[in-house]
Design a protein around this ligand. Structure first.
Ligand code: PEP
Ligand code: MG
Length: 756
């Protein structure tokens, strides 16, 4: 029978019946391989499944020896099957035994077969198996046959997956019947805490029941409508006011739009429908291919395009899903699971209540992580294999104290989790008792404990944590979480709300700190070799004067006649500070002329984020009111270790004699010029580190709300003069692990260092 499209449809129809049949998975697989072999006029059809170690096990065959089933196992580097799994690409070969990658397994009786067509079985996140057809004659498989086999492999992915799975947790009415034992995953803590709930997957999932279309004409229309809606949404996104951002980002957005209009993408999706798939399944098939390619692509340009394509696939799936496509966040029971997530998306989910957040990609989502912190959602990022291991509805423990995730925990693990939660609330109760008390050391040094904030949501925490004010307000957050650039009025109203809610407590507004890991959607593709060292922060602001002035104007207007504190990020040389301050002064003068109002008191400061600035402070001394150490950036530049690269970001410790000596030197210069000293990076969230800073003279510490209690408790227990003496002695003569020495010193002062 000549191979043609109707045959594909016949096959898909038959497959649909097999999927609907009762019976166990294995007998279904046997049925499927028989069907494929017959319809494709192949002598052999086999399915190999990828095991945890990467080996490929033959689990069903029509045409090879049945004894080989569940015996023949190829390593991931072996044979043509291994080749397909490794490359995640189909291969069609006329004479397989002559191919260099061919590996002969006598038990299969494979000798007489020459032509070989293998396609990867792709599921979320990667290759889970290989589907093969073989023929005795040397023949060439056509494009359409390859395509059909790829489509079938998608349906198979779901069947194969159920082979290794426990019963569906969706149907489990209570936790005890959840199909325990999904294993553990590890990641980096983004927001400390503990949470328990059921997984809600951010990337739309197409259930197998929706794989096939009943009416192809109708399905093609649905797809067309979906594409129209998607393109219209992207056109609306393009209307944002990009003028202030320059031309490059617009070009990048334009490329994204072109991809959405790309006819070959649409044609590929229609092909799926012609083969009998539903619109959703056809998009899903494209998404699997894009992801698989992404895993292998090295070229950064190609990776970005593949990311874009995957993004478009996801958007289209949501559009096609309509109301159903929206996720059901069930109040207080949900843990959000995402490969990547933007801050605006996270805010949207969080409105409905989240018990935890898990993310696969650590680097790209750091602002989602900061939003998670603002909202106090226990969050873990950088979890490899996350989306392949967790299914919709799985019960999950988010242990964002240890950085681990327990999937479908058994009762022992769950009970241990409950006792940890109890212990945590006891500790919280202890901290709550300290709320109205000052952070005063035993020997009488007062330290102000301030809050790091970026959204007005954060301000709820001021009262709750008993903070003395806001030590760092990250103004770029408003930009990151909006679809378009916030207008002057939007900025004024946010800053006013912040000042109102601070009710007279000081607020340090940090001016726009964009770039690096904090990219606006409209800027997201601006490629730089080293974004952390690139066109970011004050450098970017000074080169985008329209944008920067508008922000300064908003700050001045919002403060009216109240005190105003402004801080410039990532200043490296004095000229940058001077240029930024001059713009601020012009805005103050201009506002005074226009409105007759000016801030009752003005304080202007710099963040110490680049080592160079520390050495420039003696020149800048007379001109600044305060200096605030941004430990996150300072550390990465001091130790030359990118904070977004997990393999190096935690390699170096701030509790290190070289770093502390540098900070001591800066403190001495600042004291000579009567410059107030503070710290606003994440490092002070750890009580022993906070003690080191206080000992060096940094007596204003700004941190996440959750850290204020533990740090206050430690400060109130310490004799700071004695601690300082001990610290300086150790800095003079370090011996072995410096952190351990400091921890021992803190412990001598009665500080609990168990978690440090
Ligand atoms: C820092 O670098 O320490 C800092 C507070 O700024 P951000 O984390 O926002 O870069
Ligand atoms: Mg910084």
């Amino acid at each position: 029978m000549p191979y043609n499209m109707p045959a594909t449809r016949v096959l898909m129809n038959n497959l649909r019946q097999v999927m609907a049949e009762d019976g166990d998975t294995r007998s279904r697989l046997d049925h499927v391989v028989r069907l494929i072999a017959t319809t494709m006029v192949a002598d052999v059809c086999s399915i190999y499944v990828r095991e945890a170690d990467g080996a490929l096990l033959l689990i069903a065959t029509e045409g090879l020896r049945p004894e080989a089933v569940n015996k023949t196992r190829l390593t991931e580097n072996e044979g043509l099957v291994g080749f397909v799994a490794r490359t995640a690409e189909p291969i069609a070969i006329e004479d397989a035994p002559r191919h260099p990658a061919f590996s002969y397994r006598p038990e299969t009786g494979e000798d007489p077969f020459h032509a070989f067509l293998g396609v990867p079985i792709l599921r979320t996140g990667g290759v889970t198996g290989v589907l093969v057809v073989q023929n005795q004659t040397e023949r060439t498989y056509g494009e359409e046959e390859i395509d059909t086999l790829q489509t079938i492999s998608m349906v198979l992915a779901e069947i194969v997956h159920t082979l290794n799975e426990a019963p569906s947790p969706q149907s489990a009415p209570d936790r005890r019947m959840r199909g325990a034992g999904g294993g553990n995953l590890k990641g980096r803590v983004f927001c400390e805490g503990l949470g328990f709930g059921r997984a809600v997957l951010h990337d739309p999932v197409v259930p197998p029941a929706k794989f096939f279309a009943a009416d192809q004409v109708q399905e093609a229309e649905r797809l067309n409508q979906g594409l129209v809606d998607l393109r219209a949404a992207i056109d609306r996104m393009m209307l944002i006011d990009g003028a202030a951002l320059g031309e490059d980002p617009r070009d990048v957005m334009e490329t994204y739009r072109l991809l959405a209009y790309d006819t070959s993408w649409a044609e590929k999706l229609h092909e799926g429908i012609r083969a009998g798939l539903s619109a959703e399944a056809s998009v899903d098939r494209a998404r699997r291919e894009h992801r698989a390619k992404l895993q292998h692509a090295r070229d950064p340009y190609l990776r970005e395009r593949l990311h874009d394509l995957e993004d478009l696939d996801n958007r289209l799936l949501r559009v096609l899903g309509g109301e159903e496509g929206k996720l059901l966040i069930t109040g207080d029971e949900s843990v959000l699971v995402a490969r990547r997530l933007g801050p605006a998306e996270l805010l949207e989910y969080a409105k409905a209540g989240l018990k935890g957040l898990l993310m696969e990609e650590a680097a790209a989502s750091s602002h989602a992580a900061i939003v998670a912190r603002a909202l106090g959602i226990p969050a873990i990022g950088g979890i490899e294999g996350l989306t392949t291991r967790i299914e919709q509805g799985d019960y999950i423990i988010v242990d964002a104290e240890e950085g681990s995730v327990h999937i479908r925990p058994d009762d022992v693990v769950y009970d241990a989790y409950r006792s940890r939660v109890a212990l945590r609330s006891e500790r919280q109760a202890e901290y709550a008792k300290l709320k109205g008390l000052p952070a005063r050391t035993l020997d009488g040094t007062d330290v102000s404990l301030m809050l790091n904030a970026g959204l007005d949501l954060d301000l709820d925490m001021l009262e709750q944590a008993g903070a003395d004010g806001v030590g760092l307000f990250r103004t770029e957050f408003q930009f990151l979480v909006s679809e378009s650039l916030p207008r002057l009025e939007d900025q004024i109203s946010l800053y006013k709300r912040v000042l109102d809610r601070a009710a007279g407590r000081p607020v340090v507004f940090r001016t726009l700190d964009l770039g690096g890991d904090k990219v606006l959607p409209a800027l997201s593709q601006l490629r730089e070799e080293n974004p952390a060292l690139g066109w970011r922060s004050i450098r970017f602001a000074l080169d985008h004067k329209g944008l920067f002035r508008r922000q300064l104007r908003a700050l001045v207007r919002a403060s009216g006649e109240r005190p105003l504190t402004v801080m410039f990020p990532m200043v490296t040389i004095p000229e940058e500070y001077r240029a930024a301050k001059a713009l601020l002064m012009e805005e103050i003068a201009w506002s005074a002329k226009k409105t007759g109002k000016q801030p009752s008191r003005l304080e202007v400061g710099v963040m110490l984020e680049t080592p160079a600035l520390g050495f420039a402070m003696q020149d800048l001394g007379p001109e600044v009111d305060f200096l605030s150490v941004g430990t996150n950036d300072l550390l990465q530049f001091f130790f030359a270790a990118d904070r977004m690269t997990p393999s190096v970001s935690e390699r170096y410790d701030l509790v290190d004699p070289a770093a502390l000596r540098y900070l001591k030197m800066v403190a001495e210069i600042c004291k000579a010029h009567k410059i107030r000293l503070s710290v606003c990076g994440e490092a002070t969230a750890s009580p022993p580190v906070a003690l080191c800073f206080a000992a060096l003279g940094y007596t204003s510490l700004s941190m996440a709300a959750s850290a204020i209690g533990p740090v206050k408790q430690a400060l109130r227990k310490v004799d700071l003069n004695a601690f300082r003496k001990g610290l300086f002695e150790r800095m003079d003569k370090p011996n072995g692990s410096f952190r351990n020495q400091v921890l021992a010193l803190a412990a001598e002062h009665g500080i609990d260092t168990a978690d440090s």
